[in-house]
Design a protein around this ligand. Structure first.
Ligand code: HEM
Length: 463
């Protein structure tokens, strides 16, 4: 069959579209799909990248023809320097074996046990610093609080009580450096090797060593206590995990790689999802009011439990809609192993193919008024209908932590909205998405809080 080269914007002879990617990549991608359609070709220096933006094309790459798309990409190579060979960085048989070992620890039945870990950590924060900020009227740096909270929860879920607050603060800082640097390096035509003694390399290596130090100390203590150490955290489950086909267990190196991966993949993604949801609620008082009515009716003043979540459909819809507008993993990259054809266009072997949930979730054929925050659209729609909605990916590499992430985000958002009415601090600039490894809020989220007393009051109180 005769196939064509996909269309795309004009780029500079050597660097291609690198400058545009740096300047405002989200705008470039949105404008390009509007102008060129569902398959767009870009050049980043010598690398050819195809953005595929139709639900069927996304399903083809991530699911239907996934055998032809592996993770031998620059983004994964840079993550491998931190996580080593792990769920996030491998493909084929090595990945399949790791997934078989790790997946049972993330079964919904197991994850339900972490509801109390999550609500305990959230209650400590909300009853302390947040109530105090509401009382004094001080502006709260909600992004910093949520980020640290998500890390404390990830640490306790993975390692039980063995992560001290000082460890959590150190991991939080180190992961911040790792994520920031990893993304910056991807934007360069040539990424300086890590052995060069540059300031950036030293900072990155220092951050990796800080995380490694904490993880290795915990692993050593567990081994000294004998296998799982009697714990019921994720590490205990990983230590006991047996491959159902071969009976193999995870080696020490694999345990280190998987735990660092879970910290990296699970912490900032969930924190970012919660931050975007709080922003959208602060910007949309009528939605916040409706949510509070639901929370009041189902929970009253009590702390939510796992079983409550099935009775909170509007909370669920709010989270889904927030993940649609601001998917924390806004881009998913693969490499074509052999030539392929997508939407009538040639995808040459060796080129990169990206699915971008940020643009896919705004595809006008799938979503009416795609820029509007309308949680109701999820009340009567299957969430991943026709592959138009992929915040957790699709196919064999679908997020292993999806149940954990949704449990954590729903419980925390519910508790915040039970306790407080959210207002954006007046002196902060309009919030913009800041695409890095995750889709952060540029300049963070600064809130003023009003403590909710008694029942939900009137819609005016939410203004
Ligand atoms: C709102 C929060 C989260 C979002 C939006 C998210 C999103 C995603 C997406 C889109 C993928 C697919 C990547 C690909 O196809 O290459 C993925 C994979 C993954 N996620 Fe998540 N994630 C979240 C939370 C978590 C949590 C809490 C954990 C673990 C504690 C986690 C662990 C992983 C791992 C290990 C993978 C790789 C899976 C594989 O390839 O087998 N994620 N995530």
């Amino acid at each position: 069959m005769l196939t064509k080269t996909a269309p795309g914007p004009w780029g500079l002879p050597l660097s291609g579209h690198i400058m545009h990617f740096h300047r405002d990549v989200l705008r470039l991608l949105l404008q390009s799909v509007a102008k060129y359609g569902d398959v767009v070709r870009f050049r980043l220096g010598p690398h050819v990248v195809h953005l595929v933006n139709h639900p069927d094309h996304a399903a083809h790459v991530l699911h239907g023809n996934h055998q032809n798309y592996d993770r031998a990409t620059r983004s994964v190579a840079s993550i491998r320097r931190i996580c080593g060979e792990s769920l996030l960085t491998t493909s084929g048989e090595i990945w399949r074996r790791q997934r078989r070992l790790v997946q049972p620890a993330f079964h919904q039945r197991v994850i339900a046990n972490f509801a109390v870990t999550i609500t305990d950590a959230a209650a400590a924060l909300l009853d302390g610093a947040w109530r105090e900020a509401a009382r004094t009227g001080a502006t709260l740096d909600a992004s910093a609080h949520i980020s640290r909270l998500a890390l404390v929860i990830a640490g306790r879920a993975l390692f039980g009580a063995e992560v001290s607050d000082a460890d959590a603060a150190q991991i939080d800082r180190a992961l911040g450096v790792i994520l920031h640097q990893t993304f910056r390096r991807l934007g360069r035509i040539i990424d300086p090797p890590l052995w060069l003694p540059t300031r950036e390399n030293r900072a990155l290596l220092g951050a990796i060593a800080a995380v490694d130090g904490i993880v290795e100390r915990i692993l050593a203590r567990r081994h000294a206590q004998g296998q799982a150490g009697g714990g019921s955290d994720l590490l205990a489950l990983l230590l006991q995990a047996r491959d159902p086909e071969t009976g193999d267990t995870l080696s020490d190196q694999q345990l280190r790689n998987e735990t660092v991966t879970l910290l990296l993949a699970g912490h900032e993604t969930t924190a970012t999802a919660i931050q975007w949801t709080l922003l959208l609620l602060a910007q949309n008082p009528a939605v916040a009011f409706r949510l509070r009515q639901e929370l009041d009716a189902v929970l009253g003043d009590r702390i939510p439990k796992f079983d409550d979540l099935a009775r909170l459909p509007f909370l669920n819809a709010v989270l889904n809609e927030s993940l649609r507008l601001y998917p924390p993993i806004w881009i998913i990259e693969r490499r074509a192993i052999d030539d392929d054809t997508i939407g009538g266009y040639r995808i040459p072997a060796g080129s990169s193919v990206v699915v971008c949930p940020f643009t896919l979730h705004r595809h006008p054929a799938s979503w009416q008024q795609p820029e509007a925050f309308q949680p109701e659209r999820f009340l009567n729609r299957q969430v991943n209908e026709r592959n138009a909605y992929l915040p957790f990916g699709s196919g064999p590499h679908t997020c292993v932590g999806v149940h954990f992430a949704l449990l954590e985000a729903r419980l925390i958002v519910a508790m915040i909205c039970q306790g407080f009415t959210l207002h954006l601090a007046g002196d902060t600039p309009p919030v913009q998405p800041d695409p890095g490894i995750t889709l952060r809020l540029r300049s963070g989220l600064h809130l003023r809080l009003k403590e909710n007393t008694g029942r939900h009051g009137s819609p005016q109180e939410h203004r």
